[in-house]
Design a protein around this ligand. Structure first.
Ligand SMILES: [Cu+2]
Length: 148
């Protein structure tokens, strides 16, 4: 027996069953409910690079060391794993005084530090070797903590 589409009724029954099974399958995996985009167990990896800029002309030669990027935005209570990659400059001794962090990164190496900012505000990650313009800096990244 065939319907007006020329399909046997048995085939339509099979299609209907497949549609029902698909719906059951899809509904059995609800979308992850997420009130906040910050999971207490997750860690966000951020990569920072030590770079050097130079200009040279017949009359002048200047260079400056920088962290790239120079601004980071993180959330309050967010676990951050900061990887600082040494590209340019032999060695950089850095500090994040607000988070009681200090360390050094050497050329060709990566130094990783972790922290979980609790207070809103903007904090400095500064290189002591290149802290000001007189020492080929300032080599500073500003870490801004915003509400989660
Ligand atoms: Cu430096």
């Amino acid at each position: 027996m065939r319907n007006k589409f020329g399909l046997p009724f048995r085939n339509i029954s099979i299609i209907l069953v497949l549609i029902q099974l698909s719906a059951i399958f899809i509904l059995s995996f609800p979308a992850q409910a997420s009130q906040s985009h910050i999971s207490p167990h997750s860690v966000r990896d951020i990569h920072l690079f030590t770079v050097e800029y130079q200009i040279q002309s017949t009359s002048t030669k200047k260079e400056v060391y920088r962290f790239d990027p120079g601004t980071l935005v993180v959330h309050q209570g967010e676990r951050i794993r900061l990887h600082i990659h040494g590209f340019h400059g032999k060695e950089h001794h850095f500090r994040i005084p607000a988070f009681q962090i200090q360390g050094k990164v050497k050329k060709g190496e990566t130094t990783t530090v972790t922290f979980t900012p609790q207070q809103l505000g903007t904090y400095e990650l500064i290189c002591d070797n290149h802290a000001s313009t007189s020492s080929f800096g300032p080599m500073i990244t500003y870490i801004t903590v915003i509400p989660s």
